[in-house]
Write a protein that binds this ligand. Structure first.
Ligand SMILES: C[S@@+](CC[C@H](N)C(=O)[O-])C[C@H]1O[C@@H](n2cnc3c(N)ncnc32)[C@H](O)[C@@H]1O
Length: 208
């Protein structure tokens, strides 16, 4: 499947649903980030932009990237309407091909899952190298299939956080795993159904 397919698919996902006036952050973001001092953040696969808006409201300068131009245009418009345009830069990138410039104190990748080719390990490795010393890479992946998930394949394998970390392959002298676990939570799907889901949480700190 080509990049064009991926762009068409993800633009369709966002175009098919109305733009939220004030999208909410992912549940784990406040828990993981509230204690950190704001700096420069990068949101990989920002989607609706709830995480970028939450970070910007807490003083972070956010670069938010997504393959979908629809998502990027919506977030740019939201940043303007919420008076956060000086804190959010939304850029379209296919992370398969390009990565934003700069150094970051926090890089978030929430549910950076796609049915198309994406070498996530390489993307996350590039991200880890773009961290400033002391900066953190937060990866939150699905660890279970919710009833409303688009992929209901019963054989779907969710790599554990330790497997994701091993795939990134970072030098332990420079990066340290601070958290790698699989918390459960009650979630509500887009259709209003609720279910218990598992997240795979990986937090890596660049120490030098
Ligand atoms: C499952 S959604 C998660 C969105 C958002 N982080 C959230 O938690 O709601 C995956 C996101 O990754 C984006 N994405 C998929 N492939 C990508 C790629 N190659 N480069 C950049 N973004 C990509 C999609 O457009 C989509 O917004």
């Amino acid at each position: 499947m080509s990049t064009t397919d991926a762009v068409t698919f993800w633009n369709g996902v966002y175009a098919d649903r109305p733009a939220a006036a004030d999208p909410r952050p992912n549940t784990l973001l406040p828990e993981m980030v509230s204690s950190l001092s704001p700096g420069d953040a990068l949101d990989l696969g920002c989607g609706d932009g709830g995480d970028a808006l939450w970070l910007a409201r807490r003083g972070w300068h956010v670069t938010a990237v997504d393959i979908s131009a629809v998502a990027i245009e919506r977030l740019t418009s939201l940043a303007n309407s919420h008076g956060l345009d000086d804190r959010i830069v939304a850029e379209r990138h296919d992370l398969h091909e390009s990565f934003p410039q700069g150094g970051f104190d926090l890089i978030c990748a929430h549910y950076l899952h796609t049915p198309f080719d994406l070498d996530r390990a390489t993307v996350l490795r590039v991200g880890a190298h773009a961290l400033r010393p002391g900066g953190r890479l937060l990866v939150v992946d699905h660890g279970s299939t919710a009833p409303w998930s688009w992929n209901q394949d019963p054989d779907l394998w969710y790599p554990t956080p330790h497997e994701v970390a091993a795939g990134i392959g970072l030098d332990r002298a420079t990066w340290r795993v601070e958290r790698a676990d699989a918390p459960r939570r009650n979630a509500t799907g887009p259709d209003g159904r609720t279910a218990e889901v598992t997240d795979h949480v990986l937090l890596i700190r660049r120490t030098a």
